[in-house]
Design a protein around this ligand. Structure first.
Ligand SMILES: CC(C)(COP(=O)(O)OP(=O)(O)OC[C@H]1O[C@@H](n2cnc3c(N)ncnc32)[C@H](O)[C@@H]1OP(=O)(O)O)[C@@H](O)C(=O)NCCC(=O)NCCS
Length: 308
């Protein structure tokens, strides 16, 4: 049977249509609620840093499916599917399959040898496919993708004032002050030092996530320093307002309580921004987040890949 839809590159003015579709098609309410931020981060902002492809499936003029993908930030031989959503009333008619196939052809044209259904930091909406998007798990298997990793988030409950995630940081900050360590909100002027600290201490490229957090609406970052030297940072909101991370403490300062203070300062910001539950993304040290914020493992993601 001939498909009753057509595929096309998403034109630049299709942002609002893509957001409206994601609001309807992302079945998990916490994702639908951030459709705007997701499309902005994965399509618009990511395009400043790496090749991004955005494909739409149309029935007439109606957008019924969307796929946003990108070339690996660290490895140009990988193509990532960053976002895939098909309108609920248009499912099981081959739209998802056709979008993924079209993305695979384009990735191959860009030199990719493998395609991942997995997040491509610094701009990512999910580490992989949330297992509760069970149709997507079925689609991945049907299209020959292999699950090679599992990732999980932790949820910090910000919905009530006595939550362990909102515990005061004052006593810990006083203790740190006794060691000449001060903690404060990061400003745009701190970005070069923060990026240098992150690169030197952890080797990762967190520049873009830091730039996406410091001084941006719906995002924030806190740092700890001694005598002007950065000892740790924690950030939230770079791709999604409800998501926390990345964070890092200098190994020399580990155990001093800096991490818990930085974490809870960010969570406090998130609550002030109206967020009832923060997602600590793609963790990481479970006992630390459990102990410092009463966070619990909740979202679980399968990461998939397929050789082209
Ligand atoms: C996942 C999603 C994109 C699939 O889109 P779709 O257009 O319905 O997918 P297709 O019709 O192309 O399905 C391709 C194959 O995937 C499998 N599949 C898809 N949905 C399935 C389901 N509900 N149950 C079992 N298998 C399923 C089937 O093998 C299907 O082939 P078949 O219909 O010939 O049997 C869609 O369900 C969706 O938007 N879900 C919500 C958002 C989401 O999960 N996005 C991805 C998260 S990262």
């Amino acid at each position: 049977m001939e498909p009753d839809f057509t595929l096309a590159e998403l034109a630049a003015d299709q942002g609002p249509a893509a957001v409206a579709l994601c609001r309807r098609a992302l079945d998990l309410p916490e994702d639908a609620a951030e459709a705007d931020a997701l499309v902005d981060a994965l399509w618009t902002r990511a395009a400043a840093d790496r090749p991004v492809l955005a494909l739409g499936a149309y029935v007439g003029d109606d957008l019924v499916g969307v796929l946003v993908g990108s070339v690996g930030a660290a490895d140009g031989r990988l193509g990532h599917v960053d976002l895939l959503a098909v309108a609920p009333d248009r499912r099981r008619r081959g739209v998802g399959r056709a979008l993924v196939a079209a993305a695979e052809r384009r990735f191959a044209g860009l030199g990719a040898v493998e395609v991942l259904l997995a997040g491509n930091p610094p701009y990512y909406g999910w580490p992989g496919v949330d297992v509760r998007y069970t149709p997507a798990v079925c689609l991945a298997q049907a299209l020959g993708y292999r699950q090679d990793r599992t990732a999980w988030n932790m949820t910090a409950d910000l919905s009530y004032p006595d939550s362990p995630a909102l515990r005061t940081t004052e006593p810990a900050e006083r203790r740190l002050a006794g060691q000449r360590i001060s903690v404060r909100r990061a400003e745009p002027a701190d970005l070069p030092a923060l990026a240098a600290f992150a690169a030197a201490t952890f080797g990762g490229a967190w520049d873009a996530e830091l730039a996406g957090s410091v001084g941006r609406d719906g995002a924030g970052c806190h740092l700890a320093e001694r005598d002007g030297e950065i000892l740790g940072f924690a950030a939230w909101g770079s791709s999604r307002p409800s998501w926390f991370g990345p964070m890092g403490t200098a190994p020399a300062a580990a155990g001093s309580g800096i991490g818990g203070v930085l974490l809870r300062r960010c969570l406090r910001d998130q609550r002030a921004a109206g967020i009832g539950a923060a997602q600590i993304g793609w963790v990481g040290p479970v006992p630390f987040y459990s102990g410092s914020a009463g966070a619990r493992i909740e979202r679980v993601f399968f990461l998939y890949r397929r050789t082209l």
